[in-house]
Design a protein around this ligand. Structure first.
Ligand code: BTN
Length: 269
């Protein structure tokens, strides 16, 4: 890893370090925007190539799941990846997990921190959220035109100073006690995500599932899952597949398809 720096992100430096085939090969870095998901979505409509990555130093209207605000101060990693999934991707509902896995695997392997995936889209360290994923997509008829995988990683920010998340979030800076090199972090995350995404395309779901189980922290947690048509409460048991999980309820096991999930509340154990 290079020495830590206080520099703003530099496109040529990132491109020189990037080891991916297609994710991030087209790169747009902006100082400030509303939401990188919106910028990537707009460029997708202007025929941007798959793999385009939009990164912002800060977002003024960053958003999380369920319309929640996502605080995006300088020092974090706020980026969106444009993908154009083909028919072989059975459902885009697995993309949040691919994003979360990519982040958790990078942090565990490259920064040796115990980062874990919390279904369906969170990355946790020491029971606090360090990163989240928001996937948004556009379809024409029943044909998916594109999807944008938005990643927010609290890298070099001080989450304890942000009142709305000070009790639930953490940052890499807090965990490691020093700043991380955000360019290295971005390159590592994009490479992991590309590898997981390619495995999906090759239908190697079983390999991803194995990695997911090794990096999961949802198992054993008490959850309340709001679905489009009902609510399920119980203990998170396991992933049946990448797109389906099993919850142990008072009446036995319930299987839940991720695409039917509106929101998930984790109750503290
Ligand atoms: C969540 O955990 O609720 C998802 C958070 C996703 C935040 C990222 S930051 C980059 C991209 N742009 C956004 O407005 N949101 C995502």
């Amino acid at each position: 890893m290079r020495a830590l720096d206080f520099q703003t992100l530099d496109e040529p430096r990132i491109l020189r370090s990037l080891r991916t085939q297609w994710i991030g090969r087209s790169l747009r870095i902006v100082d400030e925007c509303g939401s990188t998901n919106d910028v990537a979505g707009k460029l997708a409509g202007e025929d941007a190539v798959r793999g385009l990555v939009v990164i912002a130093e800060t977002q003024t209207a960053g958003r999380g799941r369920n319309g929640r605000e996502w605080c995006s101060p300088r020092g974090g990693v706020w980026l969106s990846i444009l993908v154009r999934p083909h028919e072989h991707l059975s459902s885009i509902s697995v993309l949040p997990l691919v994003g979360a896995l990519g982040i958790a695997a990078s942090l565990s392997e490259n920064w040796k921190v115990k980062a874990r995936v919390r279904w369906p889209n969170d990355v946790m360290i020491n029971k606090r959220k360090v990163a989240g994923v928001l996937v948004e997509s556009k379809s024409k008829g029943n044909q998916l035109t594109y999807a944008v995988i938005g990643l927010g990683v609290n890298a070099n920010c001080n989450t304890s100073k942000i009142e709305s998340i000070s009790n639930t979030a953490t940052s890499l800076f807090t965990i490691l006690g020093e700043r991380v090199n955000r360019e290295d972090l971005i390159c590592a995350i994009l490479l992991h995500i590309e590898n997981f995404y390619e495995s999906l395309s090759l239908s190697a779901d079983r390999d991803i599932l194995q990695t997911l189980r090794s990096l999961d922290c949802s198992h054993g947690n008490h959850v309340k899952v709001k679905l489009t048509d009902r609510e399920v409460e119980g203990t998170f048991d396991d992933y049946s597949s990448l797109g389906e999980v099993r919850i142990m309820t008072a009446d036995g096991f319930e299987s839940i398809r991720t695409e039917a999930v509106v929101s998930v509340d984790y109750q503290s154990n």
